[in-house]
Design a protein. Structure first.
Lengths: 247, 217
């Protein structure tokens, strides 16, 4: 079957979301989803259409044991405690970040615990300076912060805005890694890590993204990214990484 | 109702759920606990409609939230409303576990054997869809869309409406719907197919009317 045919994609998506695809047909459909954007779009549209029907279903309070079991299963032991502690600090910094000219706010989860349960490294990118008046016209940029969460092996990073950033449609946010200066050498310029979404999570996958990196920065660029390979617009958010010894 | 859900149209409570999900995706357990508090009763309600047995439904619910914790990073606020996303995960899990358990589906929908005069006797759940009471409604859809959905459901024939309800709410397969409604399988399949198509056309038309009205100001 040609799943890119819109009518077929739409009919299958409707039956899938309505719960009518069963057994092997259901599994086959789910296996196709990652590769077929037409199917995914159709499924999301049908979820938008049909899920509101569930608003009228009588809620059922789960017994307390359910949450206890969930907690046990997601509990990675000490790593969770570290992540929770990081978030308490993050909450503090978020309150702080809006105040005055704090150039950058950096935060790291202390990776005292080795092994597979290592928590990600969390870097908060705060406003670099008060938003420049020319950053795309009056009120085009709302101050907010980004969080970058780097996997313990340094191979992948997820960036997320803490509050959605509104930028003009013809602009984009580009993420940069600022290499650590080495004594006696001309400092390297920033390395682009690609564009990140102003309104959702972006997964950045680059080998060893954080090797020899001092800080992360987000700059406002033309849509499609900097034409020169170096930041051309104002740097809006900066976050320093902890020194490797502290990670 | 559009295929992509513009976040600016969400209610403030829905945006709050989105923020909780985003933080859970970064490992924030407290945010995840709050998310659970706010959404678990709705999801259990949905699962229990499909899975009559509470113990089994609670097992499904547990699976759902463990998955949500692991997948929270993949939630995309630009694509879905948080509760729509969560409810879809819960329904998928419930339907998958039905297959595994081979259980007899338990019916909750108001069963009316299809007949032309069945319309006024129906008091099924979707009659309350347009209710303005605070609840999951505001988290799943805008008020205008809820009214449109209600109107579009009412626009279906009684047989079509019931076949969709049995499938959607109670998790019945085509064959099970046919058995309950005592109709040939082919008839039921075509009712459901036409009902879903009619809903789509009706809802898309409502969205276009809204957009036109908004343009006129």
């Amino acid at each position: 079957m040609d799943y890119s045919r819109p009518e077929l994609a739409d009919r299958l998506a409707a039956e899938y979301v309505a719960g009518l695809l069963r057994g092997p047909a259901r599994r086959r459909f789910e296996a196709l989803l990652p590769a077929h954007a037409t199917l995914r779009t159709a499924v999301r549209a049908w979820q938008d259409r049909l899920m509101p029907l569930t608003a009228s279903v009588a809620p059922q309070q789960p017994s307390p044991a359910v949450w206890q079991q969930i907690e046990q299963r997601i509990d990675g032991g000490t790593s969770t405690t570290a992540a929770a502690a990081a978030w308490r600090r993050l909450a503090f910094w978020r309150g702080f970040a809006g105040v005055a000219s704090v150039a950058a706010v950096a935060l790291a989860v202390a990776l005292a615990v080795p092994g597979p349960a290592q928590p990600p490294l969390v870097v908060v990118l705060g406003p670099a300076t008060p938003p420049p008046a020319d950053a795309g016209g009056g009120g085009a940029v709302v101050p907010a912060s980004f969080v970058a969460s780097v996997s313990p092996d340094g191979r992948a990073m997820v960036t997320k805005p803490i509050a959605n950033v509104r930028i003009e449609p013809n602009r984009a946010l580009e993420l940069w890694a600022l290499p650590r200066p080495r004594p006696g050498q001309t400092p390297e310029g920033p390395r682009s890590l690609g564009l990140v979404k102003p309104d959702g999570a972006t997964v950045v996958q680059r080998g060893r993204v954080l090797d020899d990196v001092d800080a992360l920065a987000l700059s406002l660029e033309p849509s499609g990214g900097s034409p020169t390979g170096k930041p051309t617009g104002p740097v809006l958010y900066v976050g320093k990484l902890p020194a490797p010894a502290e990670r | 109702m559009s295929s992509s859900t513009a976040e600016r149209d969400w209610s403030e409570r829905s945006r709050e759920l989105g923020r909780l999900l985003a933080r859970a995706g970064l490992g924030d357990r407290a945010a995840f606990a709050t998310l659970y508090e706010r959404t678990s009763a709705h999801l259990l309600g949905v699962v229990m409609r499909i899975h009559g047995d509470r113990a089994q439904a609670e097992d499904v619910l547990q699976e759902v939230y463990v998955n949500v914790w692991r997948a929270a990073q993949s939630f995309d606020a630009a694509q879905s409303q948080p509760l729509t996303w969560l409810t879809s995960i819960a329904r998928n899990r419930a339907i998958d576990s039905l297959r595994r358990a081979q259980t007899q589906p338990r019916l909750h929908s108001n069963i009316i054997i299809a007949s032309a005069d069945a319309d006024d006797k129906e008091t099924d759940v979707y009659d309350t869809v347009a209710d303005d009471a605070p609840g999951p409604q505001a988290l799943l859809t805008r008020a205008a869309d809820a009214r449109a959905l209600h109107a579009c459901m009412q626009g279906l024939s009684a047989a079509q409406r019931q076949s969709v309800a049995l499938a959607f709410f109670d998790g019945l397969s085509h064959a099970e719907v046919a058995e309950v409604m005592r109709q040939p399988l082919g008839t039921v399949k075509s009712w459901v197919r036409r009902a879903l198509l009619a809903l789509k056309v009706c809802l898309d038309a409502a969205v276009q009317r809204d957009a036109a009205a908004a343009e006129k100001g």
